[in-house]
Design a protein around this ligand. Structure first.
Ligand code: ADP
Ligand code: MG
Length: 396
């Protein structure tokens, strides 16, 4: 694992201190406002538990949904606080505000409770990163901890603004994300195989460029690979294509040859006669996609070939489904590749919201070494870009 330049909670003394923790509790709620999926809450537990074990007093804060700078009753944090209380053996006090005298008073008079502030995005100052709101947040605590990797590509009051006022360090989840993803682009164990799929190649060119510096093999699938195939001069029928990206993709392929990175495209596809869940479908070789059909999944020969490569890998990173896995007729490629990755002896890392959803659909999420909690932030980091909320933290 690489060494990170930033301080973590383990580098500072938190005993007896009030610690303001930015977490990502942006969880899905059902119509009765119950938490449907508590993965993100669980993700923050190591940091919360660490702070409690050290005798610190955690004050947690997060956004929830998109209330656009005003109070939206259905987006209050209360149900999240309730779920959190079921997961830790400490009472949780969920407040109805984020800043001000009543919040300060509640923190002072409840030293034995975990405090959860109201939805940060009820305040316009949060997304606008206003100094006044940032300062008011900072006044609530002695130390700031950022454990919300998924929002670290955004410069908001609770991710960047607040760091101007109190010592600021990363939480354990943030640390794990940065270490794991940073290791991928800096010192992966080889062979390093990257599996890239998903919808648009334009979304992926940044990470492709970055992985061309360090990966040994890139296995492509999903909608994005058709622009690659087209750039090789093959016909792709009605499959998704971004015509305006063809020259960019061709450049990437040139770079791949220069860097001796093997970029593989599927050998066969499951093609459909229309973009529909109930479309007619059949398997065809890549050179024989019928003009009126479109590729919605990789085929069995591709799965076999790709799995052979994955079996040899020491490090695997996967982002982007291999097909339209949301529809049963086209889920097989994604499912089979996910199974190969799960069975591989390599260190396995997965990033991307839909890839994560696919893993859950197949019940394979626990069989990966690491599933990143940050879609956009993870991609930015892998592109080699700086994350403003990480840059703002104290250097070691
Ligand atoms: P992630 O969120 O994991 O980064 P993306 O958002 O890039 O993944 O892509 C996911 C979407 O790509 C899925 O909704 C899936 O249906 C779609 N997709 C995969 N293969 C194809 C294809 N051949 N044609 C059209 N869409 C596809
Ligand atoms: Mg997505």
């Amino acid at each position: 694992m690489i060494n990170l330049p930033k301080k973590s909670i383990r580098d500072v003394d938190v005993a007896g201190k009030r610690v303001l923790v930015r977490v990502d509790f942006n969880v899905p709620l059902d119509i009765e406002r119950n938490v449907v999926d508590d993965t993100r809450i669980r993700g923050a537990l190591p940091t919360i538990q660490y702070l409690l074990d050290q005798g610190a007093r955690p004050v947690l804060m997060s956004h929830l949904g998109r209330p656009k700078g005003q109070v939206v009753e259905s987006l209050r944090m209360a149900p999240v606080g309730k779920r959190l209380a079921e997961l830790i053996d400490r009472p949780v006090l969920t407040l109805k505000e984020c800043v001000g005298p009543r919040v300060k008073e509640a923190i002072e008079s409840n030293p034995d409770k975990v405090i959860l502030l109201e939805n940060l995005r009820f305040y316009p100052g949060e997304r606008e990163n206003l100094a006044d709101f940032s300062r008011q947040l900072a006044e609530l605590a002695d130390i700031y901890v950022n454990d919300a990797f998924g929002t670290s590509h955004r410069a908001h009051a609770s991710t960047v603004g607040v760091t101007a006022y109190i010592p600021s360090v990363m939480g354990l989840l943030m640390e794990k994300e940065l270490e794991t993803l940073g290791t991928l682009i800096e010192e992966p164990e080889r062979p390093f195989v990257v599996v890239l799929g998903g919808n648009k190649v334009s979304d992926k060119l940044g990470v492709i460029d970055s992985f061309l510096e360090i990966a040994d093999t890139i296995l492509t699938g999903g909608g994005m690979c058709f622009t690659l195939i087209k750039s090789m001069g093959l016909e792709i029928g009605h499959s998704v294509i971004e015509e305006d990206q063809i020259s960019q993709v061709a450049n990437a392929m040139k770079k791949a040859r220069r860097k001796s990175v093997r970029v593989m495209v599927p050998l066969d596809f499951v093609v459909a006669d229309r973009f529909d869940k109930n479309a007619n479908f059949k398997v065809v070789p890549t050179e024989a996609i019928p003009p009126d059909w479109l590729g919605l999944d990789i085929g069995p020969a591709t799965v076999e070939r790709y799995c052979a490569v994955l079996n040899e890998a020491k490090t695997i990173f996967w982002n982007g489904p291999m097909g339209v896995f949301e529809w049963p007729a086209f889920e097989n490629g994604t499912k089979s590749i996910a199974e190969c990755i799960a069975d591989a002896s390599a260190t396995t890392v997965v990033g991307g919201g839909d890839s994560d959803a696919a893993l859950r659909q197949f019940g394979l999420e626990d069989r990966m070494d690491f599933v990143s909690t940050g879609g956009g932030a993870a991609m930015r980091l892998l592109e080699g870009k700086k994350l403003p909320a990480v840059e703002a933290l104290a250097d070691r």
